[in-house]
Design a protein around this ligand. Structure first.
Ligand SMILES: *Cc1c(COP(=O)(O)O)cnc(C)c1O
Length: 849
């Protein structure tokens, strides 16, 4: 039986008992535990007032609230205006929670009940360090946009005892990795309890013993995020460590984490009694949810595994984020055996080899690894990449699952990522946008914002930019001072930081993970030329760099050292900063302050990229490789582009070509554009680009647009489809499974006997004679196909069956315009069943010889 579990009220939390008798404390706790504060800054003044230093360092209201003394809280509440502010904030929060949002207005009465969004990482705020980078960014920003738009999403993730590592640069210029402990008591999370007060716990079976999982709740505006955590006292020590760190340890730890996320995650949804129609798998890490969802279905309906999978997969959406096959998680069959043999045999009631074959291209290749992306493809009803280019790349790298299908027909679509503008905009940007487009601009479709921003004057844009740059520089100096104290620099040197950078100089930012494919040292290709560039005759340039290299990535760490040693050269003293410990807090400041955001990945390995989108709302411009989102966004009106729009792998000769082109464009286009001033001493060409980029790109590359696109293109259809397959104990799913089995067994008995062509009133008439073998004509369809080529797009058309059978054979025909050579057309047979996605769910194909 499913027990309803309630989300705890702040009053029955473990950590709040200290001051909970203070009148008004509960209101503060309610505000502090809703991570809406990470984008709605209305309450910032409250936290700043309670403890300005701690607030500046952590931006964590919950930590502030737990640290301040009882006297401080009493004192604050003794001021009537403080009491009024808190009351107003609560009222506003309530209003925003209750008002119908975009989803309720645009899709009333839809079949979509709940979307469960599974992800290994979520980047919501520095106060909840359970992320590493881009993947977590996408997940966090989508949850926030789902809250804004009222899309019924719940997040499922892991609570790590240590988040991703923290970076310190030592005096030798080396990166040191630190792993501070995530004290759950100071994170803005609360334990999920049963109605009787017992902490909600789940278990999953491990080979040695049961592993218990505790559950935490994070409130993200209107959306809930649940985090699973294995650090339960009842667990064996080896199990307590399963959720110890993000992207640490070896394959076995990763596998166990993915079991927790996928299998534990689905069990949690079940236990919470949620009616989940759509499972959104953010990357293949969560693909075990597919198995557990099927197992759950088997239990409810008595279906077999194949039938349950055919029923439920219609409700699974797989988003792939990887641009190289090596990026997919793959596990050794022996490791899989240890963790999944029993689960396959006892729970799914299938052979272990059958389970393994879901993660393999060729089921018969018994030594090949179990690929999580393959499981995700075989268990989903929809699949997408994260930019148009990445969709194309994914159709190539996952194309082997669809042998003999043309690559453009590999069933992977794309939704380009977006960022949550209210989380990344500066106070100044928020004011500017609020003036032009109103306060609620990110709550509804954003297509009309473009016109409002186009009307901004040069003066207001430029003043805003100058102020933003200045704010950033004073932040950067403070950050650098702290960082230099930690690495033990001399007092004289530290004193000089206050003169580093200048508020009216072109400020270029480069910050990202130091992974080789991102080429974080492309700008260092010719250090002397970079030095000349920083002292450009038209005007100077200052450069701010940040980024972490994974502790196991020696090449990445070497690139960090290269930057540090460059910065120490006397010729660039005070003009280039490396700010350590790139995290969300630093990232926010950077994207709010810099004039130009640089990005130099090797195409097409960026997949999408999001950091460049964060500067849009803040009036920063992009100069990036034509990869990921920038390949869609770029035009000369909005910024600058690197590369020829083609792939060159990791060819060092091409790196050199691009390095030179990078310098040349900076020297000849970017720097002159910034310093070319009109009679008001404003760079009108630069400002024009800002206006275009803010107006046209910010709404397009927002998570508001991305979540609406996911909702309308995927969540709603997936929800309809899984509901219809599930009716009457999954009757339709069961029929689909039977059809799939029959098609697989008898595909080889199909034959194309003969194709003939005649002319008919300036059209071609194709007729095809088919021997259906042991299949019924209702189980497949016959098509005429032509590749894209020359001026012609790809062509496919279903052929009509002549009702008269010729001694068992069937005749099909189609007429097509005679505007392309008849030799372009080929007849083919593909599986067909109403409502089933082909080739995703059945990948057979038979071509005319
Ligand atoms: C936005 C962001 C990322 C992702 O940036 P990309 O350039 O798209 O890889 C990674 N880390 C942090 C801290 C970010 O804020």
């Amino acid at each position: 039986m499913v027990r309803k579990t309630t989300i705890p009220e702040s009053t029955n939390l473990r950590y709040t008992t200290r001051h909970s008798d203070v009148e008004g404390f509960d209101s503060l706790a309610e505000l502090a535990l809703d991570m809406r504060w990470s984008w709605n800054h209305a309450a910032d003044s409250v936290w700043r007032l309670l403890d300005p230093d701690l607030w500046e360092l952590t931006h964590n209201p919950w930590a502030v609230l737990q640290t301040v003394s009882r006297d401080r809280i009493l004192e604050a509440f003794s001021d009537p205006s403080f009491r009024k502010d808190v009351a107003r904030l609560l009222k506003e929060k309530k209003k925003s929670t209750e008002a119908p949002a975009w989803f309720q207005m645009a899709h009333p009465n839809s079949a979509l009940s709940t979307v469960a969004y599974f992800s290994m990482e979520f980047m919501l705020s520095e106060a909840l360090p359970i992320y590493s980078g881009g993947l977590g960014n996408v997940a966090g920003d989508q949850l926030k946009a789902a809250s804004d738009l009222g899309v019924p999403v719940v997040g499922i993730g892991l609570l790590y005892q240590q988040g991703y590592f923290r970076q310190v640069i030592d005096s030798g210029g080396n990166q040191q990795a630190l792993y501070p402990y995530n004290d759950p008591g100071s994170l803005p999370i609360t334990p999920v309890r049963e109605p009787n007060g017992e902490w909600l716990r789940l278990s999953v079976d491990m080979p040695s013993a049961k592993m218990w999982l505790r559950v935490w709740h994070v409130k993200v505006g209107k959306v809930s995020l649940y985090l699973l955590d294995s650090n339960d006292l009842a667990n064996h020590p080896s199990h307590r460590q399963v959720t110890s760190e993000l992207y640490g340890g070896g394959a076995s730890l990763r596998l166990k984490q993915e079991i927790v996320l996928g299998i534990g995650g689905w069990r949690l949804l079940r236990k919470l009694g949620m009616d989940v129609t759509v499972c959104h798998l953010n990357e293949g890490h969560a693909a075990f949810a597919i198995l557990e969802r099927s197992r759950d279905q088997m239990e409810k309906t008595g279906q077999s595994f194949d039938e349950a999978l055919a029923t439920t997969r219609a409700g699974n959406l797989f988003t792939t984020h990887t641009a190289v096959s090596a990026g997919f998680d793959r596990f050794e069959p022996l490791l899989m055996d240890r963790y999944f043999r029993k689960y396959a045999e006892n729970d799914l009631k299938i052979g272990f080899e059958e389970l393994l074959s879901l993660g393999r291209i060729h089921p018969e290749a018994t030594d090949s690894l179990f690929n999580m992306a393959h499981l995700a493809m075989r268990g989903s009803g929809h699949v997408n990449g994260v930019s148009a280019l990445h969709g194309r790349v994914s159709r190539h790298i996952l194309g082997d699952l669809f042998p003999r299908w043309p690559t453009p027909e590999v069933p992977i679509g794309s939704v380009t990522n977006g960022v949550h503008a209210p989380s990344w905009d500066s106070e100044g940007a928020d004011a500017l946008w609020s003036n032009s487009c109103g306060k609620d601009r990110w709550l509804l479709p954003t297509e009309s914002l473009e016109n409002d921003i186009h009307r901004l004057s040069d003066e207001s844009i430029w003043e805003f930019r100058n102020a933003s740059r200045e704010t950033f520089i004073s932040y950067a100096r403070r950050h650098l001072t702290r960082q230099m104290k930690v690495s033990g620099e001399s007092a004289e040197l530290i004193e000089r930081v206050s003169s580093f950078f200048s508020p009216d100089v072109l400020t270029i930012g480069f910050a990202r993970r130091f992974a080789t494919y991102k080429r974080p040292n492309l700008l260092l290709f010719d250090p002397d030329r970079l030095i000349r560039l920083l002292h450009h005759p038209k005007g100077q340039v200052q450069l701010v760099i940040a980024g972490k290299a994974h502790p196991a990535d020696l090449a990445g760490q070497k690139m960090v050292r290269e930057w540090i040693s460059f910065i120490r050269r006397p010729e660039v003293f005070g003009r280039v900063m490396f700010l350590s410990d790139y995290d969300m807090l630093l990232s926010e400041r950077l994207v709010q302050g810099v004039d130009l955001w640089l990005n130099t990945p090797r195409r097409p390995w960026e997949a999408c990229g999001t950091s460049g989108m964060k500067v849009l709302v803040n009036g920063g411009l992009n100069f990036s490789e034509l990869d990921g989102w920038w390949a869609e966004a770029y035009s000369p009106k909005v910024g600058w582009a690197l590369g020829d729009g083609l792939e060159h792998g990791d060819d060092p000769v091409w790196d050199q070509v691009e390095a030179e082109s990078l310098y040349e464009k900076l020297e000849q286009e970017v720097i002159p554009a910034f310093y070319e001033r009109d009679r008001n001493n404003r760079p009108s060409g630069w400002i024009q680009r800002i206006r275009e980029s803010m107006a046209c790109l910010t709404p397009r590359f927002s998570s508001n647009r991305a979540v609406r696109e996911y909702t309308e293109s995927y969540y709603l259809p997936a929800s309809e489809s899984v509901r219809s397959r599930s009716m009457e104990n999954g009757a339709s799913g069961t029929r689909i499974a039977a059809w799939k089995k029959k098609v697989a067994n008898y595909w080889a008995t199909l034959k194309i006997r003969n194709v003939s062509l005649s002319n008919k009133e300036s059209q071609f008439l194709f007729t095809v004679l088919i021997d259906p073998g042991n299949l019924d004509p209702s189980e497949f369809s016959v098509e005429l196909y032509a590749d894209a080529g020359g001026d012609f797009p790809m062509f496919r058309q279903k052929m009509e069956m002549d009702p008269a059978a010729i001694s068992g054979d069937r005749l099909y025909s189609a007429t097509v315009p005679a505007n392309r050579p008849p030799g372009d057309y080929t007849a083919r047979i593909i599986p067909s069943f109403p409502g089933v996605s082909v080739p995703l769910e059945a990948s057979q194909i038979l071509w005319q010889k």
